[in-house]
Structures are given as C-alpha cells and as structure tokens.
Design a binder for this molecule. Structure first.
Ligand code: F6P
Length: 415
C-alpha cells in the first residue's frame, strides 16, 4: 500500500461522525521505512478490514509509532484517509506505551490470559497509565461516533473503554470482542484490577469471545466478583442493563485466499519454492508471530528429535525433510519476546549445525513479515502445516492453510 499523498485533511473526514466505529490498539496500517504504508501485523486487522470498508466506518487506533510530546500534527495525531479507509489515530508517547502496551497489556494481561505460561508483572503505576490510555481512546471514539452509532471495541488493551464510553455517550451501541482466551477464575483472581476490568467490559451491550469456555468464564467471574446475575448468555450490569455474552469465533476471507491459491503464478511460485529447497521428500511449514505462546521453540525441538531419529546424514545427501519457519517480528521491545527470539534463533542454528549439508539447511528460518500472496505460495508448497501453539485465541493460519489447498492435499497438524 503506497502513501501517494493520501494523508488528507486535518479534520475528521466525516465531520458529523461515523455510524460505524472500530477501535483497536493499532490502526490497520502502519508506516514503512520508504514512506509508504503496509497492513499492521496480526489476525485482528485481517479479520476486520473488509467489514470496515463495507460499512464505510472509521477505525480508531494507535499509529504504531511513539509520538513526541511536542510533535507537529501529522498522521500520528490527526484523522486521515488512506486507500479509502478513514482513520483516527490516538497519539501515544513513549511513557504511555511503556505503561499501557508493554507493562500491562503484554507484561501482565497477555501471559495471564494465556494460561500464565510466563509470569505476569503487576505494576499499579502502569495500571494508571493503562486507565489513562483507555480514556484517551474513549474520548477519540466519542468524538468520531455519529448519534446512535455502532461502536465495536477490540481486545485486551481496551477493556475499560466500554464503560468509559457509555458514561460519555449513552446513545451509542457498544460491542466488545476479545481476540485472545479469557482465563478461568483461578487465574483471573490473581489480577489486582479484576473488578475494574469486569466493570469496564460490562459497559458494552454485547461481549464476544472466541470460544464458549471464555464466555462461561466471564459470566462466572461477573457473578463472583460483582454479584451480577448471569444466565442464558446475559449478565445484568450494575445499572440494570442486560449485557449479552457469547462466542463468536473469527475467521478469514476464504474467497480471497481461494482466488489467490488458484492463480497460475501461485502454482509456479510453489513449484519454485520446492525446487529452491532441493526437492526434499517432505516440506513442513510453520507461520507465526514470534511469540512464546506459539510453541515455536517446542516445534523446533520436535523437528530436531525427528531428524535425530532418522540418524546422521552421510555428508552428501540433502536433508529429506525440511522445515520452513516464518517468524513474524512481534513486540520487539518486550523482554520475554527478546528472550524468545534468542532461544529460537539459537535452536535454528543448532539444528542446522547438526543436520544441514552445504547449501541445504534443514530449517529455513525467516524473521520477516510476508505479504499474503507469498504466504499462500508457501501454504501450497508445504506437505505438512504445523500449527502448534501452547495456547491461542483463534489461529487463523490453520484456516488460511486449509483455504489455500484447492488441490485438496496437505496435512494440518494442530496442537
Ligand atoms: O490477537 C491478539 C493481538 O494482540 C491483536 O490485538 C493484534 O492485532 C496482534 O495480536 C498483534 O499484536 P501487536 O499489536 O501487539 O503487535
């Protein structure tokens, strides 16, 4: 996506407000080094962008770049339109990002909501920052929404927004969707700010989760913490409203993937990939954000065991089984992600040290974000797709792989 002078206007493109508003931590596009734009990382954007276009809505979110306190107004701070999408940035400075994004969202909530597979850190000062950023989002949404608009708030970064927005704009209808798991009470009770989160979410009219177990966890916790009456997928909020709660698993644009997969150039690209790999017997593939929840390290260890079971190469033969691991760069300023990257890269080196022959690695590791058409070519080139997270909300890679296999071949391995 190119800039092409599309950063237009200093005011909201629809001054009377939009009738459909999406709010998520990130805007759906981010700046590239060459001055263009590309899609922001993650399944959330891919799942929602079509709907935003269809409903001619506006998206409220962070631009992806910290804003200096004295920055001149630009696309990180003022509404703009790009490629037909109306966008309202919420400017965040470095201190806000450290408190709200790194410490609370990714240091406390993310690991706890993913079965506490890493310890969470609970920092009250950072929680104040999280609260302040949620308020900034609510302010921007309130300013962007037309009377009676439909507002859809997304993910664990913005759990206080529904109640804040309702207090400011009781006329709008509010939906909230959580893209990650919602934990059972044994884990959620560890959170110092547990009541505030449930109250924040109950500001919505409808709360959606990926799976029914998450919706059940939420209902149980609402009763336990706030004494709310919860039955038949509804929870009674403190002001007497009945809030609907349920599972609404997200998916992909199957037609888009199918069309890409059937193109002659995709066939040719898949063939070229297998040739460049040295035509191994089996191509295994993993595609994930580089996140410790995704089980990349465990997958590499499993592949190493498989190769060891095959016995040593004779020094001339090429590896008959190769693994391509695409690890999309993610949250590179967060400590656990830096450690995870080191461990994964060390393991890739160790496996290749043991099993590669000259010019033919056993693991092909790409620490890159690839465009969709290249991913589809990889899906078509693979024999085995490994989707083996330790914990996940809803893994869209599994769905993309299946949708890409218009040849009805390939094996999907799920944890
Ligand atoms: O799906 C969970 C999620 O946090 C989304 O909100 C986000 O789009 C994606 O993962 C990528 O994460 P981040 O915005 O922290 O890079």
């Amino acid at each position: 996506m190119r800039d092409a002078g599309l950063v237009s206007g200093t005011s909201d493109p629809q001054p009377d407000g939009h009738h459909f508003v999406i709010a998520a931590n990130r805007l759906p596009v981010e700046r590239t080094a060459d001055g263009g734009y590309r899609s922001s990382p993650g399944g959330l954007v891919r799942a929602l962008i079509g709907l935003l276009r269809e409903r001619q809505g506006v998206w409220v979110g962070w631009s992806g770049t910290p804003t200096a306190a004295d920055a001149a107004p630009d696309e990180h701070t003022r509404p703009f339109t790009i490629d037909g999408l109306d966008l309202v940035p919420v400017p965040l400075d470095q201190d806000q990002l450290t408190g709200y994004y790194e410490t609370i969202s990714n240091g406390a909530l993310w690991p706890l909501y993913h079965d506490a597979i890493r310890p969470s850190l609970y920092d009250d000062e950072a929680w104040d920052v999280y609260r302040g950023v949620n308020r900034a989002f609510a302010d921007r949404i309130a300013a962007a929404a037309a009377p009676g608009a439909l507002v859809w708030v997304h993910d664990y970064h913005l759990q206080l927004v529904p109640a804040m927005l309702r207090a400011m704009r009781p006329d709008v209808r509010i939906g909230f969707f959580l893209h990650i798991p919602f934990p059972p009470q044994e884990l959620f009770m560890r959170l110092p700010w547990r009541d505030e989160i449930i109250e924040g979410l109950l500001g919505a009219d409808l709360i959606g989760f990926q799976r029914s177990v998450a919706a059940e966890n939420f209902c149980i916790l609402s009763s336990r913490l706030l004494g709310a009456e919860a039955e038949d997928h509804t929870v009674q909020a403190a002001d007497g409203r009945r809030v609907h709660v349920g599972p609404f698993p997200i998916s992909i644009d199957v037609a888009e993937i199918d069309e890409l997969a059937r193109r002659a150039e995709t066939d040719a690209a898949a063939e070229d990939i297998r040739n460049r790999l040295g035509r191994p017997e089996v191509v295994l593939l993993g595609v994930d954000r580089l996140d410790y929840t995704k089980g990349i390290e465990e997958r590499l260890l499993a592949f190493q065991s498989l190769l060891r079971a095959d016995g040593p190469l004779d020094g001339v033969r090429r590896p008959s089984r190769v693994l391509i691991q695409v690890a999309v760069p993610s949250r590179e300023t967060v400590g656990d992600y830096m450690t995870q990257r080191e461990r994964v890269e060390q393991l890739v080196g160790a496996i290749n040290g043991e099993f590669a022959t000259l010019g033919h690695p056993a693991v092909h590791y790409l620490h890159q974000s690839l465009p969709l058409h290249e991913l589809v070519a990889l899906y078509r080139a693979a024999d085995v797709m490994l989707v083996t997270p330790l914990r996940d909300g809803m893994n869209l890679v599994a769905k993309e792989f299946v949708a890409s296999r218009c040849d009805e071949r390939g094996v999907l391995v799920l944890s």
